[in-house]
Design a protein around this ligand. Structure first.
Ligand code: BES
Ligand code: ZN
Length: 869
């Protein structure tokens, strides 16, 4: 099914008027779309005739429209002669409406389509929807906002809802003004005028916005409500940036305001193209499905993704800076130049993820944020892409469910990792100059990935198309195997181990950088050179800086040699992190016995770790993951002892208390080590966490921001019956999003006494917890070794959960509730006759992960039998 609109009729301008948006029951909106058309006229960008069904114009027009009533449709030609529609044919599957007219439509430009429509402000966090919050007077207030990406503009107005159908937009809306609630309206462009009038006895205010530049429908935005606002003007761009929050939270927007202003200046200089709009707004929305959305000039955020107070952890602050930079990076890359179709989503998201790091590193050099790229982005991508249920980064998608399913770690993390690899291969300056060319060439237009590779290739003189082809078109990535004899080969890496006996055929072009900085490309006839370099010993560790998107499997004795170098200086954090990540991945896939991985880290504990947060984070995460896998095994206790022997000394050195003048990342390191200590079964840390929690609850000492998340979890795991009710009380008391999130996540760390069901029911259905936070307890339960319980609950409530949670949240629920189940085939059987909608791929990934876990336990049991003594 193609699902694509014909391109014989395309819109050039939308005049959109919402004559009424009701912020109280029945929460309806009434609108009129006046759409200027080009009929059989210009073709759209990037349409070479292959993708778009070309279709002769007859007497009908088909456009997207979903959950809207259309009361009339009229088409006027250039001379003002008009005809009314004779019928409307809605297609639920295609999410379209075909409007049929009495005669053939006039060719050329100048025709205008008028559509009167109405719809409801839904509570599904998509389209034009409503969000609620507690006002300063304690009453529940309603606001409205939009979330259109990827395919939900069609829920707010009838439109050609495809990224290449760019048009200009001029928006007008009328909103109610009630005493004590004087709502304002915010959109992509500044307000050009407002006026108030009476409708019966009620007062309304009409907002007219300036016309936007040519842009895609998914970037249009409208937000209506009462706000606190803080503003500042960027020194270089002179653009005004404003942060809007619900009343009372204005001061929480100061950090992101400052970050956004500086980021805008930096990005404009980096892109070499002027910021295309005249203002830049950030809006904190209480109910928000994604993390943030890059609407042009009107970026919306989940509150937790931008608001800070004095108790905000460093981890969160970094996250906020990254999010702000990510969305601002899209203002050019994505908004000014847009992918031609969703199959190239990775261009948008991968590039924005990469730019997050470039920008944050410039704004906050003291954070060393690139260190976190490898642990947080690169490794995540390798993990998912090693699965048989991964997908090529460029993938054919048509139906909205398919489109939504690729907003995943492949598009984001693999996309960003490949872009980083490419930038490194071309040289970062050359790469960025190429990007500048690309943006100026394709501004206000659409582009395909080949356009980007083409521009970069022309600029650099290197064959970028050839280099990138295999990486983007084929799923997965290579593992380079370094044999005892120095022989090097590449094959596809699989989380489940080698395919059959013979290594699979592989032909990736792999840019390799050796430890001494020398670079070569494997897979283009330089393989012998690579082998020579390795046997000379001068190359030692491959993949300097973990820049190439591949793993390395060294021969067993080489792993031992490399382990010996983990403590001494010389190797960077990212290189050491990369080795840890690779050796555990080899163990997971059966490329090496698990003993090689455990041996690799066993002596790390004694080394005083200074700036090595990211290395220890990787070590701890891998050890914690295995603790989950080995739960219930005969050797569980032996394994726990081993974990303690690795992390115990580090934990002792770092301790509970922040030392004076300690480095910024020490706080995060403390949190990570504490989690690992808990996984080692240490009761002492749990007891102390419970004590800290109770002391805090009783009004005593605050818990340090960097370890609060972990302390909450440990407190629940120690004594859920007493802690859970207190957590609920804290949740209801705080309006601070990080705290709300920490609390909800911690609630899933329960053992499953009587109280877990109460808690989960409360979270999901009481209405006291925001929809976006409501699934945390259930999700963390499933991910935290209580897979069976999460799945049982999921089965009992399948229909209700599916109805309540949509989009990415639904995908996450399915994944989290299924991935921890031991009887994984039971999960498969359960879903045989169920429709999981957009969560299909997530489900397949959960099942694959479950099967892999069973396989590896079997394998590891053998290996570990005599490992401990
Ligand atoms: N374009 C996305 C928002 C989005 C995500 C829309 C999924 C539709 C479906 C935005 O630029 C984005 O990437 N947001 C991230 C936040 C991240 C930068 C921290 C998200 O929502 O996870
Ligand atoms: Zn993005």
């Amino acid at each position: 099914m193609s699902c694509r609109l014909p391109t014989s009729i395309i819109p050039t301008h939308y005049a959109l008027t919402y004559s009424q948006i009701n912020l109280s029951a029945p929460y309806s909106f009434h609108g009129k779309a006046t759409i200027s058309l080009s009929i059989n006229g210009d073709s759209i960008d990037g349409d070479s005739g292959g993708n778009y069904a070309s279709q002769k114009v007859g007497n009908s027009v088909t456009l997207h429209c979903l959950e809207l009533n259309i009361s009339s449709a009229t088409l006027s030609d250039a001379n003002g002669v008009s005809m009314d529609a004779v019928s409307l044919n809605f297609s639920k599957t295609n999410e379209t409406c075909t409007i049929v007219f009495p005669s053939v439509l006039p060719s050329g430009s100048g025709a205008v389509l008028d559509i009167m429509f109405e719809g409801n402000l839904n509570d599904q966090m998509r389209g034009l929807y409503r969000s609620t919050y507690k006002g300063l007077d304690g009453e529940v207030k309603t606001m409205a906002c939009t979330q259109f990406e990827a395919t939900d503009a069609r829920r707010a107005f009838p439109c050609w809802d495809e990224p290449a159908m760019k048009a200009t937009f001029q928006l007008t809306c009328s909103i109610p003004q009630t005493p004590g609630f004087e709502a304002v309206a915010i959109s992509n462009t500044p307000v050009s005028s407002t006026s108030t009038y009476l409708l019966g006895s009620s007062k309304w205010r009409k907002y007219i916005f300036e016309t936007t530049p040519k842009m895609s429908t998914y970037l249009a935005a409208l937000v209506i409500g009462e706000f606190d606002v803080v503003s500042a003007t960027s020194p270089k761009t002179s653009i005004q940036t404003s942060v809007y929050t619900v009343p009372g939270k204005g001061s929480q927007g100061v950090f992101c305001l400052d970050t956004a202003g500086r980021a805008l200046d930096f990005l404009e200089a980096t892109y070499g193209v002027k910021y295309p709009l005249t203002k830049s707004d950030l809006l904190a929305i209480p109910d928000f499905a994604a993390g943030a959305m890059e609407n042009w000039g009107c970026v919306t955020y989940r509150e937790a993704k931008i608001l800070t107070d004095t108790g905000t952890s460093l981890e969160m602050r970094k996250g906020i800076a990254r999010t702000v930079c990510h969305e601002l990076a899209h203002q050019w890359f994505g908004n000014l130049t847009t992918m031609e179709w969703w199959n190239a989503l990775f261009l948008n998201e991968g590039f924005a993820r990469y730019m997050e790091f470039i920008a944050v590193d410039n704004l906050f050099p003291e954070w060393g944020i690139w260190d976190e790229f490898v642990g947080g982005v690169f490794v995540l991508a390798l993990g998912l892409d090693a699965m048989d249920n991964s997908h090529p980064i460029e993938v054919d998608v048509n139906h909205p469910d398919e489109i939504n399913s690729i907003f995943d770690s492949i598009s984001y993390a693999k996309g960003a990792s490949l872009i980083r690899m490419l930038a490194n291969w071309l040289g970062e300056d050359v790469f960025m100059e190429g990007i500048r060319k690309y943006l100026s060439k394709f501004g206000f237009k659409n582009a395909k990935s080949s356009d980007l590779w083409g521009t970069l290739g022309e600029h650099s003189g290197k064959d970028v198309v050839r280099m990138m082809e295999m990486w983007t078109k084929v799923m997965g990535f290579p593992v380079i195997c370094v044999g005892k004899d120095g022989k090097v080969t590449q094959e596809k890496f699989r989380a489940g181990g080698r395919m059959g006996k013979a290594p699979a055929e592989s032909k990736w072009k792999i840019p390799i950088v050796f430890e001494d900085g020398e670079a070569m490309v494997m897979g283009v006839g330089e393989d012998d050179k690579v082998a020579k370099k390795i046997s000379s010993g001068k190359g030692a560790k491959l993949n300097k800086g973990q820049v190439g998107f591949y793993r390395v499997n060294y021969a067993e004795d080489m792993w031992a040699t490399l382990a010996g170098r983990m403590g001494v200086g010389g190797m960077s954090n990212t290189d050491r992190l990369g080795l840890v990540s690779d050796v555990f991945a080899m163990a997971k896939g059966g490329y090496q016995p698990v003993s090689v991985a455990l041996d690799f880290v066993k002596d790390m504990g004694g080394i005083e770790a200074e700036d090595e947060f990211v290395v220890w984070q990787e070590v701890c995460e891998r050890l914690i993951e295995l603790a989950g896998v080995y739960k219930g095994e005969e050797f569980e206790d032996d394994y726990k002892k081993f974990v303690k022997s690795v992390v115990g000394k580090q934990w002792e050195m770092i301790g509970w208390e922040k030392k004076e003048a300690e480095k910024a990342n020490k706080g995060s390191m403390r949190g990570v080590l504490l989690s690992a200590m808990a996984a080692s079964g240490d009761e002492g840390v749990k007891k102390e966490a419970l004590r800290l929690f109770n002391e805090y609850y009783a009004g005593g000492k605050e818990i340090a921001a960097d370890i609060r998340k972990v302390v909450y979890k440990l407190a629940v795991s120690k004594d859920e019956d007493s802690v859970m009710p207190k957590m609920r009380a804290l949740y209801l008391k705080t309006s601070f999003p990080e705290e709300q999130r920490n609390l909800m996540m911690a609630m899933g760390a329960c053992k499953g006494g009587g109280i877990w069901r109460d808690t989960i029911e409360w979270a999901l259905w009481s209405g006291e917890v925001k929809k976006q936070d409501a699934v945390y307890p259930l999700s963390t339960l499933g991910g935290g070794g209580k897979g069976e319980m999460a799945f049982e609950y999921f089965k009992e409530n399948f229909e209700r959960l599916k109805e309540t949670f949509t989009g990415p949240i639904w995908g996450a629920v399915v994944f989290m509730c299924c991935r921890g189940v031991k009887e994984i085939e039971g999960v498969v059987a359960y879903f045989e006759d169920k429709d999981v909608g957009g969560a299909k791929r997530r489900l397949d990934q959960a099942v694959e992960g479950g099967r892999l876990r069973l396989d590896r336990v079997k394998r590891d049991r053998e290996v570990l039998k005599d490992f401990w003594c």
